[in-house]
Design a protein around this ligand. Structure first.
Ligand SMILES: Nc1ncnc2c1ncn2[C@@H]1O[C@H](COP(=O)(O)OP(=O)(O)OP(=O)(O)O)[C@@H](O)[C@H]1O
Ligand SMILES: [Mg+2]
Length: 406
């Protein structure tokens, strides 16, 4: 029996475990945490840091030596920014992957931006900064506002929107505290609608399965932190804008050296047209790939990503939407403090169109200041006949959950 390896065993990876299992594979998961939730669905578990390619590779080699009856047929991840780990294991075992070089570009925002600039892929102005004074120089060259971010960040940790009122040393220290490699960069802040895309590159052509509007309605509330409060499909884009964005993602992926595989885009439609903020070489998290895209379009990108990782043919027609339904996700942002009581969850099932509701916190938990996406307290996903109905339903549902604080 062949085995299928999934890097990471978090809650957002559960669907990949279920699918690989249902496809008849011996599912092996890796995670540093022996209690990781998706391990319950794995046939075997490997304890290793997903962020440490060599640690994971050594542990996988050992597993394969001890279990010759389960040769590896493929490796993937989902919702987990570990492209180098996936590519390192794949290359060692001769499995399909984007390759280590492309993965290294995907893992370093500065390297990625350089590759975009060298290949005329529209992106923000950017430069590395080595001290707070460099931010002032960038502001003089490009004007405020600016974005300061770690080159190796994820989940918007340490991504700050800066204007002239900010204490730059404080911003610097805050952003730097999230960089494992100790490197920061600045970009000009591009104003315009923000879009999430998820696409499959097939033989150097990009096929975008889904475009979603990202909701930054709380930008002022959480500033300088950039916190997204969910998203909505279908995105408010013309057919021509979709075409432009698809082409942009394609040129960005090719510039990174990705000719086949899943690419997830953070796009902003700026005054001069769409720009790429970044491309992740993996399936998205936040239940976009696992729930929102299948609900809105009928496309199961997780299944396609597994097929691709196994080296099976994924054809363009498999990435074509079969419907364009309304789907919206919004997050819970309880006030800071200790939760005394949460009410309303049991009544959610009476509300129309609610597809999924998850609360990450319980009574007695302390709600911190929201500084990054992992600080959001949970979410609701709702469907509707179109975007308006989906948004109205999800917003009503979010408001119906009441957090009483101590
Ligand atoms: N130059 C920019 N102009 C406009 N918005 C930006 C810019 N840079 C970042 N953002 C916004 O901040 C978000 C987080 O930035 P970025 O994607 O670089 O960090 P991240 O840690 O990878 O976050 P995530 O995991 O949410 O993608 C972006 O998705 C985008 O919405
Ligand atoms: Mg990002």
């Amino acid at each position: 029996m062949n085995s299928f390896l999934i890097i990471g065993a978090g809650i957002e990876q559960v669907r990949a475990y279920e699918l690989a299992s249902s496809m008849g594979y011996h599912v092996v998961g890796t995670d540093w945490d022996p209690e990781a939730p998706a391990f319950n669905l794995a046939d075997d578990r490997i304890i290793a840091s997903t962020r440490d390619p060599q640690d994971t590779l050594n542990a996988v080699i050992k597993y394969c030596q001890e279990n010759p009856g389960y040769p590896l047929a493929g490796v993937m991840t989902i919702a987990n920014d570990v492209p180098v780990t996936v590519a390192t294991v794949a290359e060692y075992f001769g499995l399909p992957s984007i390759g280590i070089k492309a993965a290294e570009i995907a893992a370093d925002k500065m390297l990625m931006k350089r590759v975009f600039a060298d290949n005329n892929v529209a992106t923000a102005l950017f430069r590395p900064v080595t001290e707070p004074q460099d931010i002032l120089i960038a502001a003089r060259d490009w004007n405020w506002p600016l974005i300061l971010k770690p080159v190796d960040g994820r989940g918007a940790r340490g991504v700050l929107l800066l204007d002239e009122s900010m204490d730059l040393q404080e911003a610097w220290d805050e952003s730097m505290s999230f960089s494992s490699v100790g490197r920061l960069m600045v970009e000009n802040f591009i104003v315009g609608p923000q879009i999430s895309t998820e696409s499959m590159m097939i033989k150097r052509k990009c096929h975008t399965a889904a475009y979603a509007d990202r909701n930054y309605g709380r930008l002022q509330q959480f500033k300088p932190y950039i916190i997204e409060d969910g998203g909505t499909q279908p995105a408010r884009l013309t057919a021509n804008q979709r075409w432009e964005i698809n082409n942009l993602v394609e040129s960005a992926a090719l510039a990174m050296g990705i000719s086949d595989g899943i690419v997830k885009g953070d796009i902003v439609v700026g005054p001069d047209g769409p720009c790429v903020i970044e491309i992740a070489a993996r399936l998205s998290g936040g239940y976009f790939a696992t729930d929102q895209i299948p609900l809105a379009t009928g496309i199961d990108l997780v299944a396609l990503a597994i097929l691709h990782a196994l080296g099976s043919d994924v054809t363009p027609d498999m990435v074509k939407p079969i419907r364009d339904s309304g789907v919206a996700i919004r997050y819970f942002f309880p006030p800071e403090g200790t939760i005394k009581c949460v009410s309303g969850l049991a009544d959610l099932s009476d509300q129309p169109g609610i597809c999924k509701a998850v609360l990450y916190c319980n009574e007695g938990d302390v709600i911190p200041q929201v500084k990054a996406h992992p600080d959001r307290a949970g979410f609701i996903i709702a469907m509707g006949s179109g975007r308006q109905e989906a948004e109205a339903r999800v917003e009503k549902a979010i408001k119906s959950i009441v957090f009483e604080m101590e």
